[in-house]
Ligand binder design. Structure first.
Ligand code: FES
Length: 144
C-alpha cells in the first residue's frame, strides 16, 4: 500500500499551474509600470484648459501656473489684455522668471531674455516662448 496518493502526473500538473501563475503575476508586476509610463495621461487631451481668475494677474504682472504638466505664465500687458506662454525657455528648458520692473522675462540659466510678447530679446534662446491661446469669460481667463 502506497502512502503518497499523488501521482507524478498530478505533481507535474500542480507545478505547471503554480509556475504559470507565478510567471503571470511577475509579468503583470513588471508590465504595469511600463503600461503606466506609455499610456496617455488622464486629462492630457488638447481640449484641457486652465482657468485663472482675473484678480490673480495685476496689470504689468505675471501669474505662473501648471499647464498640461509644464510651467506656464499669463500676463496682463494692458488693462484687460492678457497673453499666456509656456514658461519653459526655448534654449535648454529652464523656467523663465518675470521681471515686472523691466517688463520682460529672464531665464536664470543662461540669461536669455524674452519680451512680454514672448519674442527673444537676447541671449542664447533660438526662438520665442510658445504662445498659448487665451479666452476671457467673465472674471476668468481660460488658457489652452
Ligand atoms: S536655458 Fe534659458 S537661456 Fe539657456
Amino acid at each position: 500500500m502506497e502512502n503518497n496518493p499523488v501521482t507524478p502526473s498530478q505533481r507535474r500538473f500542480f507545478l505547471t499551474v503554480m509556475i504559470s501563475g507565478i510567471s503571470a503575476a511577475l509579468a503583470v508586476a513588471a508590465g504595469w509600470p511600463v503600461w503606466r509610463f506609455l499610456a496617455p495621461r488622464k486629462g492630457a487631451g488638447a481640449e484641457e484648459k486652465v482657468g485663472v481668475t482675473r484678480d490673480s494677474v495685476a496689470v504689468g504682472n505675471a501669474y505662473f501656473f501648471n499647464f498640461r504638466g509644464q510651467p506656464a505664465v499669463v500676463l496682463q500687458t494692458r488693462p484687460g489684455t492678457y497673453a499666456a506662454f509656456s514658461a519653459v525657455c526655448t534654449h535648454l528648458g529652464c523656467v523663465v522668471k518675470w521681471q515686472s520692473d523691466k517688463g520682460e522675462f529672464l531665464c536664470p540659466c543662461h540669461a536669455g531674455r524674452f519680451s512680454a510678447d514672448g519674442t527673444v530679446l537676447g541671449g542664447p534662446p533660438p526662438k520665442a516662448l510658445e504662445s498659448l491661446p487665451v479666452a476671457l469669460d467673465g472674471d476668468m481667463i481660460f488658457i489652452g
